[in-house]
Ligand binder design. Structure first.
Ligand code: XMP
Length: 318
């Protein structure tokens, strides 16, 4: 990996030469790409970098707190947490259709990020964790590429906010980004994180998103992920998560009839996320996960496992 060491050196030098004594802002998502981008830029220019981390209310359980802690212990940069969950929930109110939800989330994100960015009028540069596959994807929106889902990243900032872009990872593939992350000393849980969609849990609560439903989903999802780590399965699957269905079914608990929500567990293995197969998780493992969910989480009385591959299913349900 000597060439990645060289890569890091070169990028640091280049960032310093470009930025000089100016300031940079970067939108953190808690994902690998923006974390590694923040690490390399932080290494180059330290406190001249300010990261903005938007808590949409649609992050995983405790994620906002954990991400802030990880950044504060690992980097000497400025980070600003913006709690915007009320805005996201109110913009999502009444929306059921997946693309309408994605648009509402994307727009709210831009609004919040723009407002936060305006406070840093003295920043001349906007940094992004764009990686090589993103570059390819956005340049190939031609002839045959129909939009199946409107993926969003930061971008689409208003005209009056003019920044020069810094994208230190734009020539790297994901595995190289992870290696760079390790070399820069990022913690393992951060570097080996499964991908998490921009719209977050907003597309994992099917149909209308409410605070109450997201709260249920966070608990269930946290149990699934914790169990995957306990069974040493987390790093052998590409992406795992839970979706809350807009359906209640009848169950029985002790002597009582219950009428509660269904959740669907999904775990996939894939090289490039364009095609994927469902993971053959051990039955004993699934039993344990289901027991803990039913025993610990109110309002859920049924758990199903999604065995659909991609295609025909997409990885997310919306
Ligand atoms: P699908 O559901 O299209 O997902 O098979 C493929 C991969 O992309 C992730 N995904 C997103 N990532 N913004 C993102 O940054 C989005 O809007 C988005 N939608 C889906 C998904 O989690 C999977 O890894």
């Amino acid at each position: 990996d000597w060439n990645l060491d060289d890569f890091i050196e070169q990028q640091i030098k280049l960032i310093r030469e470009t930025v000089k004594d100016k300031n940079v802002i970067l939108g953190l998502s808690g994902g690998v790409d923006s974390s590694v981008a923040a690490a390399i830029i932080g290494k180059a220019i330290g406190k001249q970098l300010t990261c903005i981390f938007v808590d949409t209310g649609l992050l995983r359980k405790d994620e906002a707190v954990e991400v802030m802690k990880a950044y504060k212990t690992n980097f000497d940069i400025n980070i600003k947490l913006v709690d915007a969950s009320d805005l996201f929930f109110s913009e999502l109110k009444g929306l059921k259709e997946p693309e309408a939800k994605r648009k509402a989330i994307g727009k709210s994100f831009i609004d919040v990020f723009t407002n936060a960015a305006r406070e840093f009028k003295d920043a001349d540069f906007l940094a992004q964790g764009t990686i090589y596959p993103d570059v390819i994807e956005s340049s190939s929106h031609g002839a045959s590429s129909k939009t199946i889902k409107s993926h969003h990243n930061v971008g689409g900032l208003p005209e009056d906010l003019k920044f020069e872009l810094i994208e230190p990872l734009r020539n790297l593939f994901k595995d190289e980004v992870r290696k760079v992350g390790f070399k820069l000393g990022l913690p393992e849980e951060m570097v080996n994180r499964h991908p998490f969609p921009g719209p977050g849990l907003g597309i994992r609560v099917i149909e209308e998103v409410t605070k109450e439903k997201v709260a249920i989903l966070k608990e269930v999802d946290a149990i699934f992920i914790k169990k995957l780590r306990e069974w040493n399965l987390y790093n052998s699957v590409s992406q795992a998560f839970v979706t809350l269905l807009p359906v209640k079914t009848v169950g029985v608990m002790g002597d009582n009839r219950t009428y509660d929500y269904v959740v669907a567990l999904r775990s996939v293995n894939t090289i490039d996320f364009m095609t994927a197969t469902s993971t053959h998780l051990p039955w004993e493992f699934l039993d344990e996960v289901v027991n803990e969910i039913i025993n610990k989480v109110d309002n859920v009385n049924r758990v199903v496992y999604d065995v659909t591959s991609k295609p025909p299913g997409t990885i997310e349900w919306e």
